[in-house]
Write a protein that binds this ligand. Structure first.
Ligand code: CA2
Length: 154
């Protein structure tokens, strides 16, 4: 009988600044769902998809860079909502480019329908793709897109 060694995918979900306030402040803009429940939803999806998933949130650019570096040899894919750092951070873009781990950029809001300064993402040039505008579902769609990319390729 032939047996194959099957390594489970381990996905990192990275949330940037202020996303810890989801569901607690400004629900008219960002909705009433908390970050904890988004993480819970993603963990449930991960268990259906038979993979491991770790969620990290930080308000600090350098911490996000460190977590991206630490994902080397640990995670096979990254989902990132870099929050406002999307539009400012060359350091996060360089970290993603350096580790070269397939990454999907997600945004709950449609960043192209908002203020002009949100229309530019420093990160989008170094990721597999971007999902923007589907609220909490952006994360779930991002996870499915990333897993499909990792398992089936382009
Ligand atoms: O739409 C997204 O997911 C964003 O990444 C959210 C960022 C924003 O700067 C990006 O342009 C688009 C802001 C996240 C702030 O989250 C808050 C949650 C509750 C209360 C205040 C802020």
């Amino acid at each position: 009988m032939y047996s194959e060694t099957f390594k489970r995918l381990n996905i990192l979900v990275l949330h940037g600044p202020n996303l810890n306030l989801l569901g607690k402040r400004e629900p008219s803009i960002y909705g009433s769902v908390t970050l904890e429940s988004i993480n819970c939803l993603l963990k449930n999806e991960a268990s259906s998809l038979v993979l491991d998933l770790e969620c990290v949130q930080s308000n600090h650019e350098g911490v996000l860079v460190d977590v991206i570096h630490d994902s080397l040899n640990k995670h096979q894919g990254i989902i990132i909502n870099a929050g406002a750092y999307t539009h400012t951070s060359i350091a996060i873009r360089d970290a993603l480019s350096a580790v070269n781990i397939p990454t999907v950029e997600v945004h709950m809001s449609n960043i192209y329908k908002r203020e002009d300064f949100r229309s530019y993402s420093y990160i989008s040039a170094v990721v597999v793709g971007q999902i923007s505008g589907f609220g909490v579902q952006s994360y779930k769609l991002g996870l499915y897109a990333l897993v499909d990319f990792l398992r089936n390729g382009k």
